[in-house]
Every structure is written in C-alpha cells, then in structure tokens.
Design a protein around this ligand. Structure first.
Ligand SMILES: Nc1ncnc2c1ncn2[C@@H]1O[C@H](COP(=O)(O)OP(=O)(O)OP(=O)(O)O)[C@@H](O)[C@H]1O
Length: 370
C-alpha cells in the first residue's frame, strides 16, 4: 500500500530549484523545474553558468541563496542552512569526461553506486551487470576504462549514474568528447535510455542538435539568468535574444512596429507582411536574403547595401556574414557566390521579401513559453 508520504513524493516535481550561486563577480540566479520523466536541456553561450548550475544541483558547489528540492526532498536551503552532501543526494551525474575510476573494471565502476547505497557486494555486482547489459556492454564488464572506446566509456558512465535509481540525472555535455560518427550512435542510444528514465533529466549542452533530439524542453541561460524556456517549436518560432536566434539559425532584430513597418533602434525600417503594433521582434532565416551585384528592380520591399564581412561553408551552401545598416547572415549557393564573385569586403545589395519575415510582439517576459 502507498503511504501518504510516498504518494506526495510521487506527485512532487523531480526538481524544483532556485539557484543563486556567487563566483567572484559572476552570479547565477536561475529557477529550474523538471517533471518526473521530463528531459530538459540547459543551453547557453560560454560562461553563461551552465556548469555552475549543474555542480550546484549535484552538491559539488554550495548555493548562496535559494533552494534545491529533488522529489520533495530539500537538498539545499541557503536560509535554513540545509546542505545535503553530494554522496547523500539521489542525483546521478555523467561528467563531460566521464570520470570513470581507472583502476576499476566497467562492472565495478557501475557497482560502486549501489555498494555506497548499502547493497551487498554480490547484489551491487548483479545490479551493475544488469545495467551493462541494458547499455549493450555486457561483454565488456571486466574491461578497465582505458580499454574502452569513447562511446563505450560514455555508456558505462551512463549506467553508473542510472544504477543508483536517481530521482534526478545530470549530464554535462554528454556527447562532446566523441567524434562525429560515434556521436550520432551514442545520441540515439542516450535518447532511448533517457526516454525510459522515470526521474527528471537535465542535460547541459552547447549543441542545439543534442538539445533538440534529446530534450522535451529547452532552458536558455545567458549571463547567469534564464532568458527563455519552452519547447523547441516555441523557441524556434519566437527567439528572444541574439544567442537564441543564432542557435536556431535566424536573423533577429528588435524594434517598434506600426502596422506592417518595424523601425529598428538605429532608424532602419523593415516592411513585414503581418501587421503588429508596439515593441516587436522581426526574424528571418538566412535563406530569405537574396544578394545582388546592383540594386534590384521590382518587388522586394526591403533592399539595402551591405558589405561581405565573412564567408564560410555551411553544409552544401555558403554562409555569408553581411555588415551594413543590418548585420545579417545570408545562405547562398556556391554557384550564386561565384556569379557574384563574393569575397570578404565585396559590396552587394541585399533584398528581403516582406513575406519571408516573421514579426511578433516583444512583450517582455510575460509571453515567455512556460
Ligand atoms: N572556480 C571558479 N571561481 C570563480 N569563478 C568561476 C569559477 N569557475 C567558473 N567561474 C565563473 O563562473 C561563470 C560561469 O561559468 P560556467 O563554467 O558555469 O559557465 P558555462 O555556461 O558552463 O560555460 P562553458 O560553456 O564555457 O563551460 C564564468 O564567468 C566563470 O568565469
């Protein structure tokens, strides 16, 4: 029979945290909530505070304010001076470089957690063997970490973190140490295991692809603050900062809309196809910009002179950085680049059809996806 306490724990979020951490002049001040079974990706530029957040949740860094509650259990509470040490938390961590014990076999690495939780040696090894089987490494149970490939070591680290049945699983850049081929396989493997994990999962990553494939929800951190959160579709449709726009591959500008005209901060105007009024964002993909050697005649409503500030290959097209009244990114075919004789410093005309733009109100935080 379920006790009232157990029932309350079952209903509690996997994570309910407000993290305030001071590190010299840097302050992390972020609220994070994860439902049981939910996978959340924490994304942000270098120095945004992602690792700081992960270390605080793991109990490796004390919070200076706020709280951390995992499945109803208070692990940190700065005001009440509560701090549960890392090894007493129901939190599993997969570190970026896995941190497997080099002198222990894969089996003993995985058995370590259950053993620390008080399981007998035989029971711990049985649990570990089961987990290695699940991650497809049964035949490598007796190998030492140095004999494992990067992908295999990652699976052992995942098995080790999951073997203790954590209420919260933390993954720090889980695929960044792998080469591209292994990364794809390991990502698919990880996806499968995260979908089965009944606790909450937080993945810290730089890589939007990992986030989009692995996570149910994205939380974007910049300079220690959550700037946007929501599912991938909402964030892609309505990025709220330059970083988020670049992440989803969009050009993004902020301005003031009156009908179908948006005036940007420096006075430049863009014509859009949907009317809007008041503070607004205008976004368009790099493929929406057409480049011409001379001022184009005809229909495009938005035309401006720009200078090529950089060129790089991006998949099967060229990504062109353009400076001018708008700093933008354009994607064009190599044939178009050759016809235009594009190189850094070239002068071109950029054209953008009003129908290729997306406009949406800049309502501060109140219309943020939740
Ligand atoms: N040991 C430390 N002492 C003082 N400040 C630190 C320490 N480690 C990190 N910081 C500062 O904390 C801030 C956040 O760093 P953090 O490593 O959490 O960011 P991040 O988002 O994980 O970045 P990255 O993606 O580069 O790993 C940075 O400004 C960094 O300089």
């Amino acid at each position: 029979m379920t006790t009232p306490d157990a029932a309350a724990r079952d209903q509690a979020p996997a994570l309910d945290a407000h993290l305030v951490v001071d590190r010299d002049s840097f302050r992390l001040d972020a609220a994070l909530r994860i439902a049981p079974g939910e996978v959340v990706a924490l994304l942000g530029p270098n120095g945004a505070g992602k690792t700081t957040a992960l270390r605080a949740l793991a109990g490796l860094l004390p919070v200076s304010g706020g709280h951390v509650t995992v499945r109803g259990r208070r692990l940190d509470d700065a005001a009440a001076r509560v701090f549960v040490p890392a090894d007493k938390r129901s939190v599993g961590v997969v570190f970026q470089d896995y941190l497997l014990f080099p002198h222990l076999s894969a089996l003993d690495n995985v058995a370590f957690g259950p053993r620390c939780q008080g399981a007998s040696r035989a029971k711990s090894r049985a649990i570990a063997a089961e987990w290695l089987e699940r991650v497809g490494l049964a035949e490598h149970a007796h190998a030492k970490p140095r004999r494992l490939s990067g992908g295999q070591a990652q699976r052992v680290a995942l098995a080790r973190a999951l073997a203790v049945g954590p209420d919260l699983l933390l993954l720090d850049e889980p695929l960044s140490a792998l080469d591209a081929g292994t990364r794809m396989d390991t990502r698919a493997h990880l996806h499968h295991h995260l979908a089965d994990h009944p606790g909450g999962t937080l993945i810290v990553t730089h890589d939007p692809l990992d986030a989009l494939i692995l996570a149910d929800r994205l939380v974007i951190l910049e300079a220690g603050r959550v700037v946007q959160e929501g599912d991938a579709a909402t964030i892609t449709a309505r990025p709220r900062t330059d970083y988020v726009a670049r992440l989803v591959g969009l050009n993004l500008f902020r301005g003031r809309a009156v009908g179908d005209t948006v005036t940007l901060a420096d006075g430049f105007t863009l014509t859009t196809s949907e009317p809007c009024d008041g503070p607004a964002f205008v976004a368009f993909p790099p493929t929406a910009l057409a480049l011409h050697p001379r001022r184009p005649e005809g229909s495009p409503r938005n035309v401006w002179a720009a200078t090529v500030a950089g060129l790089q290959r991006h998949g099967d097209h060229l990504r062109v950085q353009l400076a001018g009244p708008l700093n933008t990114t354009a994607d064009i075919t190599p044939a178009a680049a050759a016809a235009l004789r594009l190189e850094t410093g070239s002068e071109v005309w950029a054209a953008l059809k009003a129908t290729e733009t997306r406009v949406y109100p800049d309502g501060g935080d109140q219309d943020q996806a939740r």
